[in-house]
Design a protein around this ligand. Structure first.
Ligand code: NI
Length: 224
């Protein structure tokens, strides 16, 4: 099996990846928070923040998709790349955990992963990666121009970065998660470390479903 090897590699690369994340955070801070002091805080209260917009991309099955996939569902949109050694796997695990915690709540968010590394992230590579977390994840890639356009819409910054001591490259990227409503408009933004329970709770509140459920979702239990 290929998966265990990949994860060992991921573990080895975590230390190097921290540098990339710090760089990415700096880029993100420049774009998101002029003050810069609370750059990774949850900012679920900026409803007029114009994240999103139209896009044309190719999904993991090779089908062309656009922003209409957001309609009728609550979506969690995240930008990353399959070679990411650090936050992307953690983030996808967090998002699938949040989705699991919402089971039975009447709200099933769709997770959308958009590659910022279209050179390596072909539809096939994307499928092999995201299906490991949850086969329901929608993964999108596209021509560099198309990726640049959607990233601009979500105010996501990314750039190629060489990996020290290797001819490999990483992609520094913003690690925010954007919750989009069934109307395709921005609902909330989470950072890479937002607890899945907080994501689940915020989505319930923002969608109006949270009012009937006063109990906090359990952080430990995701079965059911
Ligand atoms: Ni990443």
């Amino acid at each position: 099996m290929k998966q265990p090897t990949d994860w060992t590699k991921i573990t080895l690369y975590i230390a190097a990846g921290v540098t990339a994340i710090v760089l990415g955070a700096s880029i993100g801070a420049l774009l998101y928070s002029p003050g810069g002091s609370s750059r990774w805080a949850v900012s679920a209260d900026s409803p007029q923040s114009p994240f999103g917009g139209p896009f044309e991309l190719t999904d993991k099955n090779g089908e062309r998709k656009n922003e209409k996939i957001l309609l009728g569902r609550v979506s969690l949109v995240y930008f990353g790349f399959t070679h990411c050694p650090d936050y992307c796997p953690l983030e996808l695990a967090n998002l699938t955990a949040a989705k699991a915690q919402l089971k039975g709540s009447g709200l099933t968010p769709q997770i959308i992963f958009i590659s910022v590394d279209p050179e390596r992230d072909t539809p096939k590579v994307l499928k092999g990666y995201v299906d490991y977390f949850d086969p329901a994840i929608i993964a999108l890639t596209g021509a560099p121009k198309e990726i640049a356009a959607v990233a601009r819409g979500y105010r996501v910054a990314y750039r190629k970065a060489p990996v020290k001591g290797s001819d490999d490259y990483a992609v520094d990227h913003s690690t925010s998660v954007y919750a989009m409503g069934p109307d395709g408009r921005f609902l909330a933004r989470f950072d890479a470390k937002t607890d899945p329970a907080v994501i689940a709770k915020t989505l319930l509140e923002k969608s109006g479903l949270g009012k009937t459920k006063s109990s906090t979702p359990s952080a430990a239990s995701t079965d059911g």
